[in-house]
Design a protein around this ligand. Structure first.
Ligand SMILES: Nc1ncnc2c1ncn2[C@@H]1O[C@H](COP(=O)(O)OP(=O)(O)O)[C@@H](O)[C@H]1O
Ligand SMILES: [Mg+2]
Length: 195
């Protein structure tokens, strides 16, 4: 797919991944409205990462009562880490579990961890993001998050969680709506009326 008007965002992500590969882990937050193109940027960036970093992907779901730690289960599966057994061994204790998770992901070497749609995250997932964010500077991990800016309740919870991560570790990358010219050219390419 042709990605329009996203050179800046992709370049910022490249720089942050470079930092992470160099041992200065970072959190990147793609922030924008629903449909602005956050996922499209994740896809385009994932295609560029190639062999330079391991990639683990996950997403939060729009459930009335989200499963606790759903994204961590996804990430663990991709890392081939036995999370359910780790949880049993930890008797439901979160901090030792998060610490094990950090070890398991760090063992992958330079890596890109993706958690999409953080505005739908359960509290435990936000706790994990906070935990990882506060320790990420000493890892080779780029934690790439996407979050909507148009759902006030979810947005508040995300902002609160990210607010507890050292400012130097977090980069917010805005994803504005495409320009009128870009929309017109997409419509044209699809044989539709841009107006
Ligand atoms: N920069 C872009 N250029 C062209 N098409 C885009 C671009 N960004 C998004 N799209 C298209 O717009 C739609 C919505 O994008 P998506 O990434 O799913 O939004 P979000 O994840 O922010 O809700 C998708 O069909 C996607 O292919
Ligand atoms: Mg999306």
């Amino acid at each position: 797919m042709m990605l329009l008007e996203r050179q800046t965002q992709l370049q910022q992500l490249e720089t942050l991944l470079g930092d992470a590969i160099g041992g200065h882990g970072r959190v990147a937050v793609l922030a924008g409205e629903a449909g602005a193109g956050k996922t499209a940027i994740v896809e385009a960036f994932a295609a560029r990462v190639g062999e330079s970093a391991a990639m683990l992907r996950s997403a939060c779901e729009d459930l009335s009562i989200p499963d606790p730690l759903g994204p961590l289960y996804d990430l663990a599966r991709e890392a081939q880490w036995a999370l359910p057994r780790a949880i049993d061994a930890r008797h439901g204790q979160r901090l030792p579990l998060f610490s094990d998770a950090l070890d398991a992901f760090a063992a992958k070497g330079p890596s890109l961890l993706v958690i999409e749609d953080l505005h739908w995250a359960d509290d435990a997932t936000l706790d994990f993001v906070r935990f990882l964010g506060r320790r990420i500077a000493n890892t080779h991990i780029l934690l790439l998050l996407t979050a909507r800016t148009d759902r006030s309740e979810g947005q508040m919870r995300v902002r609160r969680a990210l607010g507890e991560i050292p400012a130097g570790s977090v980069a917010r990358i805005d994803v504005p709506l495409l320009s009128q010219a870009a929309v017109l050219s997409l419509a044209d390419a699809a044989g539709r009326d841009g107006d």
